[in-house]
Design a protein around this ligand. Structure first.
Ligand code: 13P
Length: 287
């Protein structure tokens, strides 16, 4: 079922676990994530960055693929199709294309402009029954051309945005997209605690889920994180499994070059990564 992320995240917040957002790039990614979610009876959020949306030929193609895959594969767990780090324009395109959830990333605007644009989108999403994620304090690193300095959010600004009626809030707490550098200072739990205290029941979102040590993930969930985004880790495990297949010369044996065979180890690797994350986040059996 394609649903808004509102209810699954409210349940996660109340139940002290987190729902994973796994970013999709193509049919293989989508199928692997949906099948794993169904097998483990876990709710799931499929993230689509603007770059990945463009790669898949547009948001309408993505919506049609996800909706039909849910139907053809008999997926019964709640699935949200979510725009990741959307610009103001991309939000409207995804609303029109039939996404069930939107992230408006206004973190690079002055706070007044972030508030004004988020407020407008709260209204539009509420009318259409979509969930909305907002961001305060940019996430570090780079994801599909979205570059951030990696700030720690101001809890007062988080409260201003949360009070507008968004369904989930991403607050920068020293997290970074992609691999973490050797000298990374770790997550700022002081910031997270400050945000949580001022935003109460609001489900908080942790971006940059790749490479965060398990104890930090668990502590973040304890402090109110209910959605964790994972992208790079599926790419790394997919690439490693594909590399192994080719280095072992399996593409040269029989019809090993058939894309359905060539991509199969990578697909299995994505499934294993998604399962590992769902176990860590505590979302298994929560659908
Ligand atoms: P990673 O690529 O670091 O896992 O981050 C994913 C993310 O935050 C998507 O918005």
């Amino acid at each position: 079922m394609l649903v808004s992320a509102k209810e699954m995240l409210q349940k996660a917040k109340a139940g002290h676990y987190a729902v994973g957002q796994f970013n999709i790039n193509n049919l293989e990614w989508t199928k692997a994530i949906l099948l794993t979610s169904e097998e483990l009876k876990s709710p799931v959020i499929l993230g689509v960055s603007e770059g990945a949306g463009k790669y898949m030929t547009g948001y309408k193609t993505v919506t049609a693929m996800v909706k039909n895959m849910i139907d053809e594969l008999n997926i019964t767990v709640p699935v949200a199709l979510h725009l990741d780090h959307g610009s103001y324009e991309a939000c409207y395109k995804c609303i029109e294309a039939g996404f069930s959830s939107i992230m408006f990333d206004g973190s690079h605007y002055p706070i007044e402009e972030n508030v004004a644009k988020t407020k407008e989108l709260v209204q539009v999403c509420a009318e259409k029954g979509l969930s909305l994620e907002a961001e305060v304090g940019s996430i570090g690193g780079e994801e599909d051309g979205v570059v951030g300095a990696g700030e720690c959010a101001d809890p007062q600004e988080c409260k201003m945005i949360a009070d507008l009626g968004v369904d989930m809030l991403a607050a920068g707490i020293g997290n970074i997209h992609g691999k973490y550098p050797e000298n990374w200072a770790g997550l700022s739990f002081e910031t997270l605690d400050g945000v949580q205290q001022l935003t109460g029941d609001m489900p908080l979102v942790l971006h940059g889920g790749t490479g965060i040590p398990e104890d930090m993930i668990k502590k973040a969930i304890d402090l109110g994180v209910s959605k964790i985004n994972v992208n790079t880790e599926c790419q790394l495990t997919f690439a490693a499994a594909t590399r192994k297949y080719i280095e072992e010369g399996k593409d040269l044996q029989g019809k090993g070059y058939d894309p359905r065979k060539l991509l199969a180890p990578g697909v299995e690797a994505i499934k294993a990564t998604v399962k590992e994350k769902m176990e860590l986040f505590g979302s298994i059996g929560k659908a």
